[in-house]
Design a binder for this molecule. Sequence first.
Ligand code: 6PG
Length: 479
Amino acid sequence: PTANIGVVGLAVMGSNLARNLASREGNTVAIYNRSHEKTEQLVAAHPEAEFVPASSYEEFAASLTTPRTAIIMVKAGRATDAVIDALIEVFEPGDIIVDGGNALFTDTIRREKAVRETGINFVGAGISGGEEGALNGPSIMPGGSDESWVTLGPILRSIAAVAEGEPCVTHVGHDGAGHFVKMVHNGIEYADMQLIAEAYDLIRRGTGKTPAEIADVFAEWNRGELESYLIEITAEVLRQVDAATGKPLVDVILDQAGAKGTGAWTVQTALSLGVPVSGIAEATFARSLSSHPEQRAVSGDLPGPAEGLSVDDVDAFIEDVRLALYASKIVAYSQGFDEIRAGAAEYDWSIDLGAIAKIWRGGCIIRAQFLNRIAEAYDVEPGLPVLLTAPYFVEALGRAQAAWRRVVAEAAAAGIPAPAFSSSLSYYDGLRAERLPASLIQGQRDFFGAHTYKRIDKEGTFHTLWSGDRTEIEAEDTH
Ligand code: 6PG
């Protein structure tokens, strides 16, 4: 055996990851794909890479030094289970199977438990950065056992992106922790993308600027506190001209957003955990709304305001939108980190939130300058209960909030949907509120279901005899 690491599944992500591994000092990479042709093609296309091609799982296992370590890069779901089953047949106790796909973290928890019974280690690792990241340096979020991290750590460090001198990989926590964190990464990605899309839409409708001109606005923003990969590529997409029609590409792309499910998982999980990730949820629902053409077709005649958005001071408006975007982005990240904290508590993972912010600084889709501020916030206060209450963000929100309100109000008045902007602002004001109308909800619940309530002025649980003489009695706590 000569290979220290193997890759199973040689579609684009798998091939690129295998090439990345092979390009790093000290790695020899065993490769296997269900159809052997792909394996041969990869070897032929990259004579520079030290690959050990295998045509069967037996051959694959035999080519690996022990403890054998294999990264699976196949479609999440059944295909992953099939590869795991095949590897278990040919691997031995102490070996390590890594699932690098976008698996649902509860599947990873289940798989880890099942594989552990064989003595083999199973590691669910979130890998972000798309095709380019896989090839040149992704951000990697591995879960799994401490034992597997001993072998896996150096290998993953060798291929990860580097941000400010540090590799963008950390042992996130046990079993499904890595895939959980990757899931939330994608939820934040959805929110960030939706917020950017709303900013673009408002600027376009409010100022009449062309996509190419708005590309310049984003390029400018990318030099400031919004600096990030998503802002950068937004400028590139907006500048692109369709060869066939000569129109801006963004105007000929069908306006129905796809989704492979990780955003929905983030929201579903947050609902179960009781964490309000409203910005992420709005972003996910905004994609759903966009992709129901039959509903949109019949809704086109719904009444709206007579006037559209008309902006007098273009520069001031663009600055308002920038601040609204920044504030809403702070909300999205804060909600995402809250979900990670809640997930860690629920599943008994010890997750270092500051370390997560750091490994997202490079390689991944949501990489941004801004993540340094998050890391700093957790450095100062690791147990910070709400990220956006850290002094840096309080200052930024203070600077942005008036503009944020103006933008949301103007969008509403002009009938322009800005769901992520406005729900983020509502969340922010909900956090700020000294008193919430939840007291009325408790009253209603007590009225129709004797669900009881607490009082602000004394201990205990109470119920009003609504259908009787409406006096209050002490009650059993029924929540
Ligand atoms: C990443 C991306 C990656 C993928 C998304 C796309 O971190 O590299 O998030 O995982 O591009 O799954 O998701 P949708 O198809 O749901 O937009």
